[in-house]
Design a protein around this ligand. Structure first.
Ligand code: AMP
Length: 316
């Protein structure tokens, strides 16, 4: 059965059985400097169980639960060699997939070639809609589960995530780690060499190619984040948190300094230009302060950046 059909069949059966919780949302677009961001209100988000990233939990008596080991078979779409593809139990976009390692691995570890192959194979097997792949890694990334899982979100009506605009506006050399003019915080992006992807064809080979590009981006991130902390006189401890976004044409990594602005928790989706809100007040707050200012408050400054001269963000 084609993956699209498998996803739909699993979604319908899990919904009927009460194993998948679908929440209806409302979406507003917010225009800033020519980019149309998507602001999605999910009031029910508050009802979702909050699972602390228990990797570094200080409460030794708390028994960490892992929803991916064992995983819920009613949410399983398909099995790959080393991964299982699950539906996101708390679903706001039908077909939101998790690509989870069969054996426990930490979410703070880098994605390896077999992870990337599994992500790419799954992304390229979804044909009904365009998709966005992402990975929230580390305590400030917005991840809630410590077991390694990449995610794939169908883009519904969109062809590309809003952040694509920053790639479109720039002439990039395929395969070269680059910074995107217009993004006011530390980030590294790369455009894929489409000829190479066509040549490599097999997901395993493409996975190897993408992992090489990703490793280059990560090296630049680690180097710059370490420099920033050395500059502050603070030793960098623990894993560097970051968000990774993957489309069919580019990849972007944004290292994270903070997880939240007030009550607004931001993960990779926020850096793709799509934000989820629990309340209208939070949504309105972002419209007031601006999308890029919100993202800037959660990230590191660009290397050699001038201090920001705009008005300070409101205290919360
Ligand atoms: P993150 O919050 O980025 O770590 O992603 C973890 C995702 O797993 C969240 O979006 C949750 O909605 C989802 N989730 C939580 N429990 C389960 C479960 N038992 N089965 C499938 N997905 C789950």
């Amino acid at each position: 059965m084609a993956l699209d059909d498998q996803i739909q069949k699993t979604h319908e059966a899990a919904l009927k059985k009460g194993e998948l919780i679908f929440t209806d949302t409302t979406v507003e677009t917010f225009s800033e400097d020519g980019v149309e961001y998507e602001l999605r209100l999910v009031p029910q988000l508050e009802k979702k169980p909050v699972q602390a990233s228990n990797e570094e939990s200080s409460d030794k008596s708390a028994k960490p639960t892992n929803p991916f080991l064992p995983y819920n078979p009613d949410l399983c779409v398909t099995e790959l060699e080393k991964h299982v593809v699950l539906l996101n139990k708390f679903c706001v976009v039908p077909g939101h997939l998790l690509v989870v390692t069969k054996e426990f691995e930490r979410q703070s570890l880098p994605i390896n070639p077999s992870d990337f192959a599994a992500l790419w194979k799954t992304m390229t097997s979804v044909h009904k809609q365009k998709t966005l792949g992402f990975y929230n890694s580390g305590p400030m990334s917005g991840a809630s589960q410590p077991h390694k899982h990449m995610q794939i979100l169908p883009l519904e009506k969109l062809e590309v995530p809003p952040m694509d605009q920053f790639f479109v506006n720039t002439k990039l050399v395929p395969g070269k780690t680059s910074q995107l003019p217009g993004l006011p915080f530390l980030h590294y992006g790369v455009l894929f060499d489409q000829e190479k992807i066509k040549e490599l064809k097999e997901p395993e080979a493409v996975g190897e190619y993408l992992v090489d590009l990703y490793s280059d981006l990560l090296d630049s991130v680690f180097e710059n984040v370490a420099k920033y902390h050395l500059g502050e006189g603070i030793r960098l401890e623990g894993p560097v948190s970051y968000n990774l976004l993957v489309t069919s044409t580019w990849m972007l990594i944004v290292p994270r300094k903070e997880e939240k602005f007030g009550q607004i928790s931001v993960n990779s989706l926020g850096f793709s230009g799509m934000l989820l809100f629990r309340s209208q007040e939070d949504l309105d707050l972002v419209k007031r302060i601006g999308y890029m200012r919100l993202l800037s408050s959660l990230t590191y400054p660009l290397p050699n950046a001038e201090p920001v001269k705009s008005e300070p963000l409101p205290a919360l």
